[in-house]
Write a new protein. Sequence first.
Length: 470
Amino acid sequence: MSFPRYPAYKNSGVEWLGDVPEHWSIYSLKRSVEGCVNGIWGDEPDGEFDVPVIRVADFDRAKSRVSMEKLTYRSIPLKDRLSRELKSGDLLIEKSGGGEKMLVGCTVLFEHDFEAVTSNFVARMRPHRGYESGFLCYVLDTLYQGRLNYPAIKQTTGIQNLDSEAYLQGRFCFPSYGEQAQIASFLDHETAKINALIEEQQRLIELLKEKRQAVISQAVTKGLDPHVPMKDTGVKWLGKVPVHWETGALRWYATIQGGLAKGKDYVGQETVTVPYLRVANVQNGFVDLTEVKEISVLPTDVGRFSLRAGDVLMNEGGDNDKLGRGAVWQAQIEPCLHQNHVFAIRPNYALSAEWLALFTQSDQARTYFFIYAKQSTNLASISASNVMSMIIPLPCVEEQNEIMSYLAQGNEKYDQLIGSALATVKLLEERRSALISAAVTGKIDVRGWHLPKPPRHDSHPEHKSCLESI
């Protein structure tokens, strides 16, 4: 798809904007909205003043809209609600939050007619007359994706705060209202098509992951020979295993090392600073060393809590999907400690570390962790004794190696397919951002674009015959 440029351009005076269409106006974002109205968190629901409170978690960042999947209700009296009530067409901006890899300042469009307010981390911006809310949402998305809101961010402790006054002082280019509406309609249509392709790839990725896990589950509990006789383990969550396999509690085949608790007071004592692993580092089947934190400890603690090559790292706590997942430590960093929410399992000669790590990825092991975990809201944890009581299916070392070799080849294929799908998603996301930026900054002229007519479904028999013959 290609679109023409505008007939004439002028210098915007804004370095990153460059040249813009000659008839567009340049001024601060502040002129386009009524400013930021901060939200409120309110109290626990009481059945009298309950109202939906839109949180950052409700932002559908891909579509720049508010998600309706799981609204949160809070009790907010009318006097606190009236000045904050939302209307369809309002822009909601994340004022506080962000993260180590994500800037604060994401903006979404509220397109609903029910009564609602924003949380204390989200502010409402209402467009002035003459400004199309969809166009403004795409403008603010361009600023966010380009990290152009970075100068207006203030960091306090671990939370980013957006200085809305400084943010809205930024200058941008604006066409007439009618042209804004045309650009917004064009982008709604084109980004919807891109989003559909992205969702298709994401569904493919989930299916590939499910298929890979099913193959692993089958192999590590039933083996590779479909005709081998089976025996009942007597363990409901494990089921049957090949008759010649052993089964036993993990404690028979390994020892466990607990991790280091944070927050100890070492005032007046000599300490050393060393790397340590957190729950976030222990992924499903691999150790993510993209970001490794450091911790100050006593010299005697270094030996006590150091990891060894061949340790199987298992998460003691976190979200349900993180609980118990295992990965083999290859001593990529030495010395390296681990926090108390990560167990280090040390297998003996009869149990391969790689075999144990694979088994923790199986459906059967996931079921075990779910059954024996302690649940607290969205978090879960499992004790060391429960981890070591988990029943392990154990073929001989030769068969372990044969199964692992088979799975390694299969996993490589799945990884390639998943990697290809992820690369496609990234490319589509980049294309979406580039298209939005080009349209709202006037680098392409979409004034001649029209919403395509739906395809004609002609039921005439001759037409049907022609279509079927193609």
